[in-house]
Write a protein that binds this ligand. Sequence first.
Ligand code: UD1
Ligand code: CA
Length: 466
Amino acid sequence: MVAVAILAAGRGTRMKSSLPKVLHPLGGRSIVEQVLQSLQAISPTRCLVIVGYQVDQVKASLAKIDNVFPFEFVEQTEQLGTGHAVQQVIPYLENFTGDLLVLNGDVPLLRTETLQQLLQTHKEHQNAATILTAQLPNPQGYGRVFCDEGNIVQQIVEDRDCSAAQKQNCRINAGVYCYRWSDLADVLPRLQSNNNQKEYYLTDTVNFLNPVMAVDVEDYQEILGINDRQQLATAYSILQERVKSKWMAAGVTLIDPDSITIDDTVQIQPDVIIEPQTHLRGQTVIQSGCRIGPGSLVENSSLEENVSVLYSVITDSRVAANTRIGPYAHLRGHASVGAGCKIGNFVELKNSQLGDRTNVAHLSYLGDATLGTQVNVGAGTITANYDGVQKHPTKIGDRSKTGANSVLVAPLNIGNDVNIAAGSAVTEDVPDDCLVIGRARQVIKPGWRLKRRGQDLEGRDRGEKE
Ligand code: UD1
Ligand code: CA
């Protein structure tokens, strides 16, 4: 039986941010969500998230996520150190007899396999505690772990508390611990705060437990902790490497991968081509045969087969198969475009539903509109959906055509097979199968320029001048 405690109560002073450190975004998830993600395959029996700094904000942010196992919040009202943080779980695990996996909430790149190996080693050796360590080229800032030849931990000394000689030790504490809970519960009350930071260090528990074994991680990149923006950027680029390698191995072409970013939360099918300067974010799903970019942003959206997107922005929207988007289109606010459509240059769609084979090719804004199939929206057609107070809907039936530069003043219902004359301002509903002209009739006045000067058409003076 494994329970988990995630330490996420600290402020993260070195981030110099009003946002709690563990909520900083990292490739589609917050830092602490990324930690939860690494636990999905372990499915702990209990998961206690220790929160403190800006507790409401952290709770609200985590309440929104869709986690496969339940977790509980434990409050640490004063942040007196990592040991003090784990002391807070004692009342929650009173009758618990298994192992407690403790994870720092700011170490987001851990792989599930690494955690599984740690748990297994812990079990096999029946250790009181087993901790994850790494050999770092630059160990500055991390706690140094001192072991005997058998990898049995003697002591962990924080960077700030290290002597110059101790600082030479490159074996560091990753902030990932597996404890036999009954042993840990006994020693937690014995921690003291006689150190540089006057904090209760979790790392001091190794002084009271026996044996504590250290296990080196194979790839030290996994255990990088995030304390400042520089480390956040490093973690982001490591995550990007992983995500892009995964999709390339799965049959996705990335043209100039360094210029592309893909959130860890995105799903991509094989035979998708992603062109340079393209960014895929959030809960985005891209089906086979799509070609995205160059120069595009797709966020929380789903694109069905063979969609192409060129220099465009798509957020919170859905595009059906074989539709072409762009160049320079903007879909947002739950736009939904049917199959075989063309959404062209400088077109903005907001909260609008378009049927199959409907085209909006140039210079349009459609907001809160529902269009049927095979509609042709002429260049410059605009839905006037806002009266200054409220938004109103526009409906256009199948096979209807709007002329260039028409303004559709909502609320408005336009039937099937309707033709709207160019330049019309349509303010009233139009039934099926009609031509509607909503503009002043053109007037032609021959000779108007000369008449005004009092001359006839040949330019002779008509004697009317004053
Ligand atoms: C800690 C370890 C260090 C290790 C490093 C690995 C200790 C004393 N030191 O140092 O040995 O090398 O992690 O990344 O544990 N937190 C709380 N409550 C608190 C204080 C901290 O929940 O009162 C949380 C923080 O939100 C953070 C985590 O614990 O997620 C680690 O705290 P941090 O202050 O970043 O510890 P480090 O100095 O990095
Ligand atoms: Ca840290």
